[in-house]
Design a protein around this ligand. Sequence first.
Ligand code: HEC
Ligand code: HEC
Length: 347
Amino acid sequence: MPCKLSTLPMRSILLSILLLLLALACQPEAANPLDESPYSLDVPAGFPYPDIPEDNELTDARVALGKRLFYDPILSEDSTLSCASCHKQALAFADDVPVSPGVQGRLGFRNAPTLANMAYLERLNKDGGVVKLDLQPVVPIEDHNEMNLPLREAVRRLNEHPSYPADFLRAYGKEASPFTLTRALASFMRTLISGSSRYDQYVNGSVSTLDEAELRGLSLFFSERVGCAKCHQGFNFTDNSFRNNGLYETYEDPGRQRITLDSEDEGKFRVPTLRNIALTAPYMHDGSLPTLEAVAEHYNNGGSSHPNKDTLIHPLQLSEMEKADLIAFLRALTDHAFITNPAFSKD
Ligand code: HEC
Ligand code: HEC
């Protein structure tokens, strides 16, 4: 009997706890699931703060969703390829083959570039055919030679997925759509900022971080005579212009001309960043130069003749040592913190 007396209140206490727990568990469902906690972007010294579009402010939830999508093969036709299949973190989000295979091994015609510092580009792709990072993901997802998945099918898969819908609600307060899918990927890519190579440490005051050969290479790179920095200039080693650097007499890929249809743009490509360049071989729009030695040789020879070849490209008469020094400098542009940053890795 004393036992019964004490179990009664005990039961009602348990019941109230249960009810309270249920109420708490239900609350987030009822509340607005949108999580607007701002993402704190790590901008290196000497870099400007990138422009973030008003309709896609950077939040933790958007960046996390973008990262999940970036590493998920769900965005390819046969669920075999993710963005990271061609943009590998260990290679500064580039690839190590001239042309990366898309679904069913199909090959496109361009070399996969680094995704470092995308937040700063005014025009995307080597021909500048895309004018906004927020729209760029449509290209690889739908491209026949890349992921080959119609955007509406990608969106359907995500909305039928057991856990993506909650992630989209947290990030945008909306379901997956062409808008939210591409914006989330762009948000993740905006965080991929690379600016802590040994060269940056040198520029920011640690004089001892570059050795003699690298310092000689630096002087050559920025010199009037060699002139690399006339095109590869500023914090991201590009002036963002489109130039013909004399790779061919006849271009199979017309480059910028594909977009403008102007013959004066034939063989012009966006001047690429040289950050992490030692990791992103092979080089040029088609990956035709296998090594930095081959690149140095190309510029030293002054390139092939083409009516659009830039006047800054001409024979340089570099000695063997100068070529080696120039390459040593380019190797000092590797940012190890960037390629090992767990914030950018697959969870
Ligand atoms: C099959 C390989 C492949 C896959 C998969 C792929 N890409 Fe790419 N990516 C490329 C190539 C090749 C280019 C260069 C295209 C060009 O210049 O026309 C490129 C270019 C880009 C660029 C522009 C870079 C610049 O310098 O202008 C961005 C951004 C990008 N990809 C993001 C993505 C995202 C996001 C995904 C996943 C949705 C993805 N890529 C999937 C191969 C790939
Ligand atoms: C006239 C402007 C210009 C000058 C000067 C110039 N470059 Fe380039 N550079 C380019 C363009 C444009 C490309 C891309 C060409 C392509 O994609 O086919 C490029 C590509 C490269 C690449 C390959 C990048 C990649 O991701 O594939 C390297 C490395 C490079 N340049 C280094 C140098 C060095 C070193 C010098 C000085 C000796 C130099 N460049 C001078 C315009 C220039």
